[in-house]
Each structure stands twice: as structure tokens, then as C-alpha cells.
Design a protein. Sequence first.
Length: 269
Amino acid sequence: MEKKLQNQVAIITGASSGIGAGVAKSLAASGATVVINHPVAATKAPADEVLNEVIAAGGQGITYQCDVSKESEVVTMFADVVKQFGTVDILVNNAGLQRDAPFDQMTLEQWNFVIGVNLTGQFLCAREAIKEYLRRGVDLTRSKAAGKIIHMSSVHEVIPWAGHANYAASKGGIMLMMKSIAQEYAHKKIRINSICPGAIQTPINRQAWDTPEAMDALLTLIPYKRIGQPEDIGNAAVWLASDDSDYVNGISLFVDGGMTLYPGFTTNG
Ligand code: BGC
């Protein structure tokens, strides 16, 4: 099989579970050396598990603990990875979480926690990645681009979400941060895009799929009539990270089974 990401180093944040773990496995299967980031000591074991699967499948990588909402930890992570592997080629800015609450009851802590990880974390990691891409420039033995950033956004960068205002605000923020920096650095051959997943079967949305009733209700929102899997996002990430998408800059790629097609209008309106 052709390995489209051979000789490239990828940092995937929040890769100890869910979409991040799936993306790490897909990038590794395409030849990238993966840095499986996880936030705290307690997430080391699941991150090691992901690394074991990567290695068992013939891939390579390391795990790395870093809370992406903390500036000094992010700066250190990038410095350590560059020291160990020489450079970074791909950043998948994936770490994200939900702390849901009715808006009139949402605490400042819930607001700040979600914005801190989902939006500020993506800012800090993107900034460090861009510094490294600018330092190295294009090396055609690696890729046509000087570097790639893939932001993990959500269908909720465009779909309003009652009860999740902090989360939706973080994803809306990612959209314009991504497009602004894509515009700013395209001339340096840095490609920056987002993936916007719909409902992907992971722990973050367990309550939306773990009973038959919940799954039935969820499927009314998905024209393609199946829940997504981490591999669906992994496949999109491989494409956006590879030279196959070399002319793709600043897009939000919706991978959602049609969730953004206003399914409520299929037989109404
Ligand atoms: C959320 C999930 C949700 C999905 C579709 C994602 O961004 O994290 O909880 O199932 O959007 O609504």
C-alpha cells in the first residue's frame, strides 16, 4: 500500500480516546510517526493502549502528556517533539470536550473550561506549529507544503446547539480562527483546514447512542442513517494531511452523513 505520509511527524492532540485515537491510527497507517497527546497522568494508560495498537499495526509513535490549554506545556511539547524527531509536519488540533448546561445556569468555570481547551488550546498548538513550519520551510522530500494543520471543529460551527452554548461558541470561534490563519500563511505554503464531524460514536456523546431509543432519535438527524465512526474522520484527516489535497486551503470539511442538510425539511417546509 502506498504510504502517503511517509517520513512525516504528526502531533494529534487529545488522542487517548474517541476521534483523536481514530485519527492517530489512520495517520500512522499512512506512514506518519504519531505523537499521541493526552492531557493528564490519568490518561496515560489509554494513550499507551492507542500506541500499542499503532505499533501492532506496523506503525510508530510516542505518547506525550500535555494540557493544551496551558501555554508553557504546549511550548514544551513542541520543543520536545522537534528535539526528538527533527521537526513536525502535521498538527491535528483535536483535543475538545463538552461541559453542557442550560445557559442561565452555566457557570463561568464551565464556560472557561470549554473555551480554554477547545479554542485557546487550538490557538496555542497552531501558533507553535506555524513557528516550526516557518522555521523549516518546504522540504520536498517530506511534502509539497511547509506544514499542515487540521482543526477538529464540528457541525456545531454552523448548527446552533441549545444547552451547549460554550461548546458551539468554541467551534464557531475555531471556524474564523482557522480561516484567518489559513489566509495569513497560505503564501508560506502552510495549509490549514478544519474537519467538521457530525455524530461520531465516541464517549463524548454516549448518551446519544447507547440505547435503541436514543439511537433512533439521533438517526432522525442523519440523512445517511448511520452514526459515524472515528475511522470516517481518520480517512478525511489523512487526505487533508497528504499532498492529495495540496490545493485545499481554509475549508471546513463536513464529515457528517448529511447532518448539515437540514433533515427536518426532507418532508416538511
Ligand atoms: C458533539 C457531539 C454531537 C455531535 C453532533 C459533536 O461536535 O461533540 O456530542 O453528537 O457534534 O451533534
